[in-house]
Write a protein that binds this ligand. Structure first.
Ligand code: G3I
Length: 307
């Protein structure tokens, strides 16, 4: 599967919809299935924008990944400002997960159940849920999601854990422990927000994919983009290096038996989160601002067409 994240905030642009429908067979809700949008008040869920994503995807034969049931960010004020006991937070989280997963049962084939649970140092990220519930929140979330939709593939999604490093080692150990404890986890999302100077080496990526396969886990490359900023090379050279980075990731994925999807974080440079996040212009995706294919697009096309 080759995909892009999607955001209904851009559905007003016909070229956005046309490119999404034409180029991709899987999509992820980039923003609108997170807590702050989908559960804005304690007693109110708002599925309207998530439903728009599903309707578009189903009209164009695209599969949908759900993102995300649990994250330390994108939480609504009512969660951040409340003070509840551990048991109450467990009940709130359980209700959230079961309500959202049940609403999309049969229409979302894979969920990022837990997003970014690990700090770069390889210890659990001190996020809201760790403080509210303790380390068991991860296993609980997977159990509740599985109860709400036993058919859905359930993923642990992480950034900076693509190659072989302290963080990916910690993610591997976490998943090994969850599987040993009988927790229903089926896959790992490798976000793959990378830049020219720091993509994981092809050997490291292959080794990480292999050890996850040995655990029986599938992998989706879930949020790929390759930043061009922080380089003094010419733009032509940067675009070529970007193409190589995309090609190397796809190549590792194609060679790994367990790597099933590669998804970019927005379809074109125009809609990327990177410029507003970094405060600098960038061009991290496969298509330029006008939706024209870039060298990275041709690099992966060539690989896909190779015998
Ligand atoms: O839609 C409103 C718009 O009406 C308003 O004018 C504008 C003003 O700030 O905000 C717009 O909403 C923003 C939304 O993106 C759409 O652009 C939100 O403020 C902003 O918080 C939101 O950011 C998203 C962020 O997650 C938080 O949900 C990014 O687009 C999205 O790319 C980012 O995605 C995360 C993944 O979920 C997890 N991995 C890292 C990745 C990047 O941070």
């Amino acid at each position: 599967m080759i995909g892009s994240s999607i955001h209904p905030g851009y559905f007003q642009y016909p070229e956005y919809l046309a490119l999404m429908a034409r180029e991709f067979d899987v999509t992820t809700a980039e923003v609108v299935m997170k807590w702050d949008i989908i559960h804005p008040e304690p007693e109110r869920f708002d599925f309207s924008q998530g439903d728009q994503v599903i309707a578009f995807a189903e009209a164009h034969d695209m599969r949908v990944r759900g993102h995300t049931l649990l994250w330390g960010q994108a939480l609504p004020p009512w969660v951040l400002e409340a003070s509840f006991s551990r048991e109450q937070w467990m009940q709130i989280l359980c209700e959230h997960i079961k309500t959202v997963v049940a609403h999309y049962r049969g229409r979302i084939f894979a969920w990022d159940v837990v997003n970014e649970g690990m700090a770069n140092e390889g210890t659990l990220w001190e996020n809201f849920w760790l403080r509210a519930i303790g380390p068991d929140y991860i296993a609980m979330a997977f159990h509740w999601a599985h109860e709400a939709d036993p058919q859905a593939l359930l993923f642990y999604n992480e950034h900076f854990a693509e190659g072989m490093n302290q963080k990916s080692q910690a993610v591997f150990a976490l998943l090994q422990g969850l599987l040993e404890a009988g927790v229903p986890v089926h896959g790992v999302g490798m976000q793959m927000h990378i830049w020219l100077s720091g993509p994981p080496s092809p050997e490291d990526l292959a080794a990480n994919l292999r050890r996850l396969a040995e655990l029986g886990l599938i992998v989706h490359i879930t949020e790929m983009d390759v930043r061009l900023q922080w380089s003094s090379d010419s733009m032509a050279s940067r675009l070529q290096r970007q193409a190589t980075a995309y090609r190397d990731v796809l190549s590792a994925c194609l060679q790994a038996s367990n790597c099933k999807a590669i998804i970019t974080w927005s379809p074109t440079d125009r809609y990327s989160w990177i410029p507003s996040f970094t405060g600098r212009p960038d061009a991290p995706l496969l298509y330029d601002e006008l939706g024209r294919p870039k060298p990275a697009y041709y690099a992966i096309l060539e690989l896909l067409q190779a015998p």
